[in-house]
Design a protein around this ligand. Structure first.
Ligand code: ZN
Ligand code: ZN
Length: 326
């Protein structure tokens, strides 16, 4: 899922024309913000469709090769309900991760009026993204696929065809967790099926011919093992990121934190929306959108911080790779 975000560190060029805020187009009218978030990226859409097809394939093999032909009805019923519930939650999390605005900074808000309205004090620095012409809040990064600056961008994940950022990280974490769980569940069921079928007559074990059954099961095994490793590593990395309050990009860049870390449990509460409850595992519960808070912080100048190194009325681009001391 990490498609080397390293190349994006240098996506901000020092071009003189960007230093003039009057070149920025005015921000879009508030009405257009209500439209659905969906990234039109061919590679991302293909990866998202492949994800659904892989889940559908696993469900097909689990149901029609293993559970329905089995004569142990209680075993089939319990496993069928558990597997399908987890698969449903995985797909729901996938849709929420894909269709939720990850925390995009309003495009083109770096207008002269807006910068003046910030009433920057001498020595205060704001960052402007030359690509989407927006004032970047602290910890926001520009994503070249989404073509937007994303607050607390972790990485762009083609499998969910979206950036993983402040507002959709919960759904992404749930997606990796549920995929890991269905993979593990499928592996256990395949294990039991092989044990059971080596003792029994193969023709009694599956409604498919033995070679077809074996091929379908081996493919499922391979898929489940691959995704169990992939998603559990991703899940661990994400939870670690949340608990240490450091995004994937910040970790790769080895940035000195300029923000006040909200560590461990507080970080989890912030990412999952409130105190620990079953809602943490519910992809349908909505995490409070932090957009308004963040914008208010930018407008009052707090999010941009009062860093040293820039003179009055500053709207300069700073290369992202430049080190900024707090
Ligand atoms: Zn940008
Ligand atoms: Zn992106």
């Amino acid at each position: 899922m990490m498609f080397s975000p390293v190349h994006r560190f240098r996506d901000i060029e020092r071009k003189p024309e960007y230093l003039h805020p009057e070149k920025c187009i005015p921000p879009p009218r508030p009405g257009s913000l209500g439209t659905m978030w969906f990234i039109r990226d061919g590679c991302g859409i293909a990866c998202a469709v492949i994800t659904w097809l892989l889940v559908i394939y696993a469900d097909f093999v689990v149901l029609f090769v293993m559970l329905i032909p089995s004569r142990n009805y209680i075993y089939s019923a319990i496993n069928g309900v558990v597997f399908n519930s987890l698969a449903f939650l995985a797909l729901a999390s996938h849709f929420r991760a894909m269709l939720t605005d990850p925390g995009a900074v309003p495009k083109g808000n770096a207008t002269k009026e807006f910068i003046e309205s910030l009433q920057l004090k001498p020595g205060q620095v704001v960052y402007k993204c030359p690509k989407c012409c927006s004032i970047k809040p602290d910890r926001a990064h520009h994503c070249s696929v989404c073509k937007r600056c994303i607050r607390k961008m972790d990485h762009h994940c083609p499998w969910v065809n979206n950036c993983v950022g402040e507002n959709n990280q919960k759904y992404f974490v749930l997606f990796t967790m549920y995929i890991a769980l269905i993979s593990l569940h499928a592996l256990i069921m395949v294990g039991f099926h092989f044990l059971y079928c080596f003792e029994e007559d193969w023709t009694e074990c599956s409604s498919f011919a033995p070679p077809t059954t074996v091929i379908l099961l081996i493919l499922l095994c391979f898929e489940a093992l691959l995704f169990l490793i992939f998603t559990s590593v991703m899940f661990g990395t994400q939870v670690h990121s949340i608990c240490t309050d450091e995004t994937g990009i910040e970790r790769l860049k080895n940035e000195d934190p300029t923000w006040e870390r909200t560590v461990s449990w507080e970080g989890m509460k912030a990412a999952f929306g409130g105190d620990f409850s079953l809602n943490w595992f519910n992809p349908f519960s909505t995490v409070a959108n932090k957009t308004d808070v963040a914008l208010a912080a930018v407008a009052s100048g707090t999010a941009s911080g009062s860093r040293e190194g820039c003179s009055e009325g500053c709207s300069q681009d700073l290369d992202e790779s430049e080190e900024v001391k707090s």
